[in-house]
Design a binder for this molecule. Structure first.
Ligand code: NAD
Ligand code: UGA
Length: 474
């Protein structure tokens, strides 16, 4: 029996739920889509008339919201009502690493998934397709199935089909990734349910890009895709350290290896370590699963990707401190960029958090600028990271936010580029070198600036993955 989708409910109005449903709404005007969330503040922001106040910043998202909101795209806290009316429910809730209890520090915390499944069990009626959009440990579909069929409210007129349809969008390019995905992955057993979900995507995505697999392959592939991407960054970051020691240039090495089609050019930018809400948590989860199945060598292999990432972030703060004569107490340091990458307002697991933390422990006075991150969010991240840190005393370093980069840089000792926002490239670096206190330093942890522009200026310049290129240097 073919299943027709007229009403979609998406549980979770976050970085995935919001943009993904917006793009579906754009391409499926005949489907009503309700995005629901427990967080009323977030829903209020999604409904804000001023599109500058949307809770998620993604280039191109505001235009779609403007076009679809109120027509076939709605944001609400009325979870019961919208589950009741849905033919298809995306679960797009957070799945962070467990902080306490069994598996703490490694396993994914599935309490929000379980809560969603219980609500679906309670309120859904008739035939309902449940789609796992969140990234989940392999085998979670069987837990969801057990929960949705076990509620006291379940009766024989409820029928559920569970599919896995992981999301591969990257923040900052989410709209383009959703409009032109490399693939859409659907794992499941029931052909009709798979067809119903595929039909939604077929409104704008070619059939050959829609891959169907068994449900466990689909769940696992998402974790593995992220693990491979993170592994690539740890690999190139490890090479950046070799470049600095030997005089090779990481940009040149990345280019040289990237020309090999088998290696490929993307995702070879060395930096201060990967951040974002997912790479670390998904690898930790993979480690946990591997250990669970007694695959300790596999677990150790993936652990190394995280070890290298932590090392890279710490290595950079150490270099900064060392170059500033081993002490930054009372020095003025301007931090450019706090989000974990450019074109997003997300700060989760941003390397900026740990780097700022290390500088604060050393007593630095930080002036932080980011074009999209709310200063309140920076404050929350830094306070949280400092909490319980015995090395840090409140009288040591300090942090302030600034909207005026040039004012902040006046008499500053160092400027550190932590996020690759393009606007930093276009700053007047000559003027900056003249207003800073001497000896002044630029630390470019993203290799963002054009070395030709900076080399002609009288300022100390350190960039990631670049050492002494002099032939006579040993
Ligand atoms: P998020 O924290 O931004 O959003 C999740 C939302 O779910 C929150 O607003 C939360 O309040 C809501 N929520 C939790 N439980 C709920 C419930 N029972 N009922 C209603 N709302 C509930 O998270 P995110 O970044 O959107 O990630 C969601 C999932 O997608 C995660 O599993 C993540 O690994 C995965 N993912 C994220 C990205 C990304 O770029 N952020 C990309 C691909 C996959
Ligand atoms: C990543 C994946 O790219 C998405 O496919 C996936 O869906 C998503 O995780 C997820 O599951 O959450 P995202 O974390 O948004 O997306 O952003 P990325 O572009 O992957 O960047 C992650 C981190 O790696 C950032 O801190 C970025 O600066 C860093 N990075 C990326 C590098 O240091 N070098 C690179 O070459 C690429």
């Amino acid at each position: 029996m073919s299943l027709k989708v007229k009403n979609i409910c998406c549980i979770g109005a976050g970085y995935v739920g919001g943009p993904t449903m917006a793009v579906i709404a754009k391409h499926c005007p005949k489907i009503q889509i309700n995005v629901v969330d427990l967080n009323s503040e977030r829903i209020k922001k999604w409904n804000d008339k001023n599109l500058e106040n949307l809770p998620v910043f993604e280039p191109g998202l505001d235009e779609i919201i403007k076009k679809c909101r109120g027509l076939n795209l709605h944001f609400s806290t009325d979870i019961k009502k919208h589950i009741e009316s849905a033919d298809l429910i995306f679960i797009s809730v957070n799945t962070p690493t467990k902080k306490t209890g069994v598996g703490a520090g490694f396993a994914s915390d599935l309490k929000w998934i379980e809560k969603s499944a219980r609500e679906i069990s309670k309120y859904a009626s008739g035939n309902t397709i449940i789609v796992e959009k969140s990234t989940l440990p392999v085998k979670t579909a069987s837990t969801i199935k057990e929960i949705v069929y076990s509620s006291n409210n379940s009766s024989h007129n409820k029928n559920f089909h569970i599919l896995s349809n992981p999301e591969f969008l990257a923040e900052g390019t989410a709209i383009n990734d959703l409009e032109n995905p490399d693939r859409v992955l659907i794992g499941g057993e029931n052909k009709n349910a798979i067809e119903a979900l595929s039909n939604i995507y077929l409104n704008w995505i070619k059939e050959e890009k829609i891959l169907t697999t068994n449900i466990w392959s689909s769940e696992l592939s998402k974790l593995i895709a992220n693990a491979f991407l993170a592994q690539r960054i740890s690999s190139i970051n490890s090479v950046s350290a070799i470049c600095e020691s030997t005089g090779a240039d990481i940009k040149e090495v990345s280019m040289a290896i990237g020309y090999d089609k088998r290696i490929g050019r993307d995702f070879l930018d060395a930096g201060p370590g990967f951040g974002g809400s997912c790479f670390k948590k998904d690898i930790l989860n993979l480690i946990y699963i591997s250990k669970h199945y007694g695959l300790d060598e596999v677990a150790n292999y993936w652990q190394q990707v995280l070890t290298m990432n932590n090392w890279q972030t710490r290595r950079i703060s150490r270099i900064i401190i060392e170059k500033l004569f081993g002490t930054i107490a009372d020095k003025k340091i301007v931090v450019l960029g706090f989000s974990f990458k450019a074109n997003t307002n997300d700060t989760r697991e941003s390397p900026a958090i740990n780097i700022c933390q290390e500088l604060l422990i050393e007593g630095g006075n930080l002036f932080i600028y980011d074009p999209k991150v709310d200063p309140l969010q920076i404050d929350i991240e830094l306070r949280e990271s400092m909490q319980g840190n015995n090395e840090y005393h409140i009288n040591e370093g300090s942090w302030n936010f600034t909207n005026d980069i040039y004012e902040a840089l006046t008499n500053a000792d160092a400027v550190i580029i932590l996020t690759e926002w393009q606007e930093f490239k276009n700053l007047n670096w000559l003027k900056i070198s003249q207003i800073m206190r001497r000896p002044a330093w630029i630390f470019d942890t993203r290799y963002l600036l054009n070395p030709k522009d900076i080399n002609s200026i009288d300022i100390n310049y350190w960039r990631i993955g670049y050492g002494n290129t002099n032939l006579d240097h040993n």
